[in-house]
Design a protein around this ligand. Structure first.
Ligand code: DP6
Length: 330
C-alpha cells in the first residue's frame, strides 16, 4: 500500500482546482511522543501519541490554480525554487491529487511560529496544506480523513488538524485509515507552554531520519512502546482530573525516555547542547524549591516548559525572552 493508493481510496475521481480562502493549522507539542514507524511510506506509528495544539501559532496556506506545468511555491512571502526541500515536498504532496487530472497551483504559506524557538513547522504546514487542498479541490473530506491525509505528509501533522489536546490513535489497519488524530473534549485554561530557544539552527539529523536510526540500532528502543503506552494513559488521566503534577511528570519522563533511546542509537544521536542541560537543571532546581514546572523536548536542543498561569511571572524572570502560549485561552 502506498500513498497514492490511500488517496485513491479517499478521492477516486478527477478533481478541479478553484481559488479559495486560506486555511490555518496550528503547530503542536507532543506530551507523549511519536517516535518510530511501523510503515515508513504511510507514516504509521509504532505507538499512539498525545499533543496539545498551539492555538494561533502555526501555518496558513492559500492555494489558487495557475496556468503552466509547474507549481509556484511561496514561503513567508518568498518564492521558493522548485528544487528546494520545501517546494519539492509541497509539490510531491499535491502530486497525490493529480492522479486523474493535471493542474498547477500557486501555494502561499506563512508560518508565524517563532523560528527562534526552533519549533518544527512541518506538522502545521502539512495540516494547513491538507485543509487547503480539501477546499481548493472540493474534496469534502471529514476531519478524520483530513488527519489521515495530513499524516501522509508528516506523521505529527495528523494532530495539527485539530485544536486543544489531540490523541493520535495508532490504528491497526494496513491502509492506515484508523491511524489519525482525535480531539479530546477537555480544556485546560491555565495551562501554559513556554518556548525556550537554545539553538535555532537546522539540525543535522531530522526527526524522520532520527527515529529510523533509533528503531534500527537502539536495543533500548524495545522498551519504548510500553513506556509510551503507559505515559499516554497516565496523561489521559491527568487531563481528565486536571492533575498538573501528573501531566508534567508524564510529559517530562516521556521526553527523556525518547531521548534515552536516541542516545542509545548508533551512531549516537544527542540533540542536547550544554545550554539545554543548564535549562533542564534550572527547571529541576525550581521544582525542588516548590515551583510546579516541567519540560518536554523534541528532536532538537530547545525546551518547551509546561506550567500553570500562576507560575508565569517567576518563570519569565528565570527565562527572559521565553515565549508563552496559553493554548486554551482566547
Ligand atoms: C520528536 O512528524 O516530523 O516531534 O512523520 O517522518 O515527518 P515524520 O516525522 P515528524 O516527527 C515528529 C517527532 C517528534 C515527536 C512528536 O511530535 O510526536
Amino acid at each position: 500500500m502506498n500513498k497514492l493508493d490511500v488517496i485513491n481510496l479517499l478521492v477516486p475521481h478527477p478533481v478541479q482546482p478553484r481559488a479559495v480562502e486560506e486555511q490555518f493549522a496550528p503547530s503542536n507539542i507532543a506530551l507523549c511522543k511519536y517516535w518510530g514507524k511501523r510503515d515508513r511510506e504511510l507514516n504509521l506509528p509504532v505507538n499512539a501519541s498525545l499533543s496539545v495544539s498551539l492555538k494561533s501559532l502555526g501555518s496558513r496556506t492559500r492555494l489558487s490554480p495557475i496556468d503552466g506545468l509547474a507549481d509556484e511555491v511561496w514561503l513567508n512571502g518568498e518564492r521558493q525554487r522548485p528544487e528546494t526541500m520545501f517546494a519539492s515536498r509541497v509539490s510531491a504532496f499535491i502530486d497525490l491529487f493529480r492522479q486523474h487530472s493535471s493542474f498547477s497551483l500557486k501555494v502561499e504559506t506563512h508560518n508565524n511560529i517563532p523560528t527562534a524557538a526552533g519549533l518544527a513547522s512541518s506538522a502545521s504546514g502539512f495540516a494547513a496544506l491538507a485543509l487547503a487542498l480539501n477546499e481548493c479541490l472540493d474534496l469534502q473530506l471529514n476531519p478524520q480523513q483530513l488527519s489521515v491525509v495530513a499524516r501522509l505528509g508528516s506523521g505529527s501533522a495528523c494532530r495539527s488538524v485539530f485544536d486543544g489536546f489531540v490523541e493520535w490513535r495508532m490504528g491497526q489497519r494496513e491502509d492506515g485509515m484508523d491511524s489519525h488524530g482525535i480531539p479530546l473534549d477537555q480544556q485546560w485554561p491555565d495551562l501554559c507552554i513556554g518556548l525556550i530557544k537554545v539553538d535555532a539552527s537546522t539540525k543535522a539529523v531530522d526527526s524522520r531520519a532520527g527515529m529510523q536510526r533509533t528503531l534500527e540500532t537502539a536495543h533500548l528502543y524495545q522498551s519504548w512502546p510500553l513506556q509510551a503506552a503507559t505515559d499516554l494513559s497516565r496523561l489521559q488521566q491527568a487531563i481528565e482530573t486536571q492533575d498538573f503534577a501528573l501531566l508534567g511528570e508524564c510529559a517530562e519522563q516521556n521526553a527523556l525516555s525518547m531521548h534515552a533511546t536516541m542516545i542509545a542509537s548508533w551512531p549516537p544521536l544527542l540533540y542536547w547542547q550544554p545550554d539545554s542541560i543548564t535549562a533542564m537543571r534550572q527547571v529541576w532546581q525550581l521544582r525542588q524549591e516548590g515551583l510546579p514546572v516541567y519540560f518536554t523536548m523534541d528532536a532538537g536542543p530547545n525546551l518547551k516548559l509546561l506550567f500553570e498561569a500562576s507560575a508565569r511571572e517567576v518563570l519569565l524572570e528565570q527565562f527572559p525572552g521565553m515565549e508563552i502560549v496559553q493554548p486554551f485561552c482566547a
